[in-house]
Design a protein around this ligand. Structure first.
Ligand code: NAD
Ligand code: NA
Length: 397
């Protein structure tokens, strides 16, 4: 069928399988163009492997280091006349490319927060790989059903301690307006920490270690964000920031537990990028559109694949010590946070209006990245051609 983008609010309800496949191929080509990663990972589990930073982590491991990969994600498959979710098509394309390159790749589609999916993953590692040497934790979810209590927790994006008011943009229309967000109550903070904090990451590592499927010297990494002063009240000092504080603290707990197998646990602080998760956060799209403009002008712009490729080559797998900041975190947001970049964003932030944003910001780049997430507006794809929506993932029948 002919597949077109169908928008509802900040969400696109359709996805294009051919465009998604082209995105995956482009990411693979990028990694291959940088050559092999010396001493890279060989058997890799990626939790949250179908989109964003997790997909880039899977691609970088497979095509930079010939790694066997197991990807866990929660995506919707296609039905007759209905497209799958983008992560489904990404994963189908990833497996096709990996298998064509002679690489092991299998996927598990289900709720990573559940005991069942953890057990299924352990069984698959035991059967096929024996052990894994890298576990990437890259979940972004608005909800988590707690596996012990059965309670469904919802995360929120709220400031703590006071009302937040600042500029935001509707990136579809380009309209800059003022957004006001009421402060969180204690329960919002607790719920957000339960969903996006480190508890589930620790549960995964405990389960994997107890099952004996973590290799001697295994590494695990989870992703965090800090960002600029303009988003601080709603992001890093808001409910999601509390969850990130918790995630970062959990890295030290996990590192302690991995000492007896000489393992390591890290949090990597990544750059702000257009993903399904970040598009839903007020203020962030305006910040990103200004940031992109400046970083592109300075030749510093990166997407998820450039970020993760750099994480592997220049942080995790240099063969030497992993460089970390004073809080023990890996920083690949270093270019975003450069003083000159941030000073220019802060200046443009004050100037930004509906009238000038298309010029002073990279609204076009934001929109393009957003549509690309769903496989639309990807270069070299013929969108007028019939596309088969019923694409299978090789390992999921
Ligand atoms: P994303 O939405 O692109 O990816 C989320 C992944 O989690 C997908 O593979 C999805 O299928 C999976 N997932 C969600 N719920 C699941 C569940 N219940 N069970 C199994 N899989 C599930 O998100 P992203 O932007 O790549 O975020 C990944 C991590 O990176 C998050 O911790 C996020 O905070 C962090 N991060 C994001 C940014 C950014 O700007 N996007 C910046 C820095 C750090
Ligand atoms: Na991800």
């Amino acid at each position: 069928m002919i597949i077109e983008p169908r928008m509802r609010g900040f969400i696109c309800l359709t996805a294009h399988p051919v465009g998604a496949a082209q995105n995956v191929k482009n990411q693979i080509e990028y990694v291959k163009s940088n050559g092999a990663i010396a001493n890279g990972p060989k058997k890799v589990l990626v939790i949250g492997a179908s989109t964003g930073f997790g997909l880039a982590s899977r691609i970088s491991a497979a095509f930079g280091s010939d790694a066997a990969t197991i990807g866990v994600f929660f995506e919707k498959g296609p039905a007759e006349g209905k497209t799958a979710s983008p992560g489904w098509y990404n994963s189908a394309a990833f497996e096709t490319e990996a298998h064509a390159a002679g690489l092991y790749a299998k996927s598990i589609n289900g709720d990573a927060f559940s005991n069942e999916i953890k057990q299924q993953t352990i069984d698959l590692i035991k059967a096929d790989l024996g052990q894994v040497d890298l576990v990437v934790y890259s979940l972004a979810s608005p909800v988590r059903q707690h596996p012990v209590t059965g309670v469904l927790h919802r995360s929120t994006l709220k400031p703590i301690g006071g009302v937040f008011s600042n500029k935001t943009v509707d990136f579809h229309t380009g309209k800059v307006s003022e957004v006001t967000i009421q402060p969180a109550v204690e329960e919002d903070i607790e719920n957000t920490v339960v969903v996006m904090g480190g508890e589930d990451w620790a549960m995964w590592i405990d389960a994997l270690k107890d099952a004996g499927v973590l290799a001697e010297g295994a590494t695990t990494v989870a992703y965090s964000y800090i960002g600029p002063a303009v988003t601080e009240a709603v992001y890093r000092k808001g409910t999601i920031g509390r969850a990130k504080d918790h995630l970062e603290a959990t890295a030290f707990e996990i590192a302690d537990k991995l000492k007896d197998i000489n393992g390591h646990a890290y949090v990597s602080v990544n750059k702000a990028l257009v993903t399904q998760a970040s598009s839903a956060i007020p203020v962030i799209p305006l910040y990103i559109s200004l940031l992109y403009k400046i970083m592109k002008a300075k030749g510093l712009h990166e997407g998820t694949i450039e970020q993760i490729d750099r994480l592997y080559r220049q942080r995790l797998y240099t063969g030497g010590e992993v460089p970390v900041d004073e809080k023990g975190r890996i920083r690949i947001d270093d270019w975003e946070m450069r003083e000159d970049v941030q000073a220019e964003v802060a200046k443009l932030w004050g100037d930004a209006t509906t009238e000038n944003l298309a010029e002073i910001g990279d609204l076009e780049g934001y929109r393009l990245d957003f549509y690309n997430l769903f496989g639309f507006d990807v270069a070299d794809v013929d969108y007028k051609a019939d596309a088969n929506e019923l694409v299978n993932i090789d390992s999921i029948k």
